[in-house]
Design a protein. Sequence first.
Lengths: 379, 99
Amino acid sequence: MGNHALSYGAMLGRAQVIAAYPITPQTQVVELLSEMCADKTLDAKFIKVESEHSAMAACLGASLAGARTFTATSAQGLALMHELLHWASGGRLPVVMGNINRAMAPGWSIWSDQNDSLSQRDTGWIQFYCSNNQEVLDTVIQAFKVSEKLLIPSMVILDAFTLSHTYEVVDVPEQAKVDKFLPPFKPEITITPDDPHAFGGLTGPEHYFELRYKLQKDMEKAPALIEETGKEYEKMFGRYLGQVEEHCCDDAELILVTSGTMGSTARVAVDMLREEGIKVGNLRIKVFRPFPFEKVRNIFKNTKKVAVIDRNISYGHHGMFFQEVKSAMYGFDHDLPIFGFIAGLGGRDITPSTFREIVEFSLEKNKPEEEIIWIGVNR
Amino acid sequence: MKKEKQAKEIIFKSEKEVPLMPMSVGNMLWNKTGGWRNIRPVIDFENCIQCGICWKFCPDAAIYIENERPVVDYVYCKGCGLCAEECPSKCIAMVEEEK
């Protein structure tokens, strides 16, 4: 299952400290990792904690002491971690975390939507959205590498149940090969009992601004580094992961913008529609932070229309991918009609026929008449 | 600690000088926090059961164990009183500091 793909990713990445608190639909991630720690398959310290806030705090301490750290959570747990997400990025601690996209309560839900992780978009974490279990495993290994080079934490995100609890065949690479790809974590700055320093102390207006400037400057290095790391990984393991996944975009008159598992559903829908002669493509955004501005602008160069499908909503605004895509195109192509759809909140299924409805709607209209086009709401 | 150091204000002129991580440039062993103390823990060894709970709970690691007995390091102890609160045999008294 997708959750175990996360665990195997952390195992192959040789995580040294794991601190996590169980929450549906993340439970199996840490369940398997705790078993691995117990039977010594993984030489790591497993720290049991009383909340997600403590889980991240334990990860920060371990990372500060120079250990490669991993944790996983979901929805309410991620929200509880919020304060410490800032501590991780601001403290430049390259923790890697799995987050299972689950809708925020209330109403109490365990099903998938992206509001939990997208609510954390401004915390300074790199965010990877995965569409299949193989990608989950491969992304964890690459996330360690990217994070540790930039000293910026990463979130590896997968949909609840449609990925977290779905079984797929996953190629688990050899440990020796992964070790070659991912050398041990050796940070230049650490804090240990022999060399104690105060971490995160009072930082006045004369220095705080510069710390944030440096974080943004390093974040700006991420797109090139993610591409480079992806190519290096492809050379060794035969699978490439970049910032985005394109499908039939070259000659498409309409490009769908998707993320997560609905990205693979969209790919199937595109193939079906292509057979009918409809020129449609799919752009799955894998890395949401930093946002792949260059990629998006290049891919949209020749298309006539764009339809962004969001499984999330920023209340009082739009879907969040829609906002980002529009901001990427500002100043580049003012005439490109961009349609913003919201679908699948709280785990309502997004199927190939959902995409057919979206494609038909977008091709029919010259421009979007509404800010939000709702798909599948019973009203 | 090789020599005494004086606290001084450091101002970095540009972002290039600012360290990546928000942490103290100086070693925290120089920061003698014992001066913050209003009340000091005093251990009554008659009743001490040598359980080590005070050592474990001290948030500043200012209690160490010597010959199986807890010893307070007054150079760093801030006088928070956690040790006295947690001591199961209540043998740690918090005594007013005198000038």
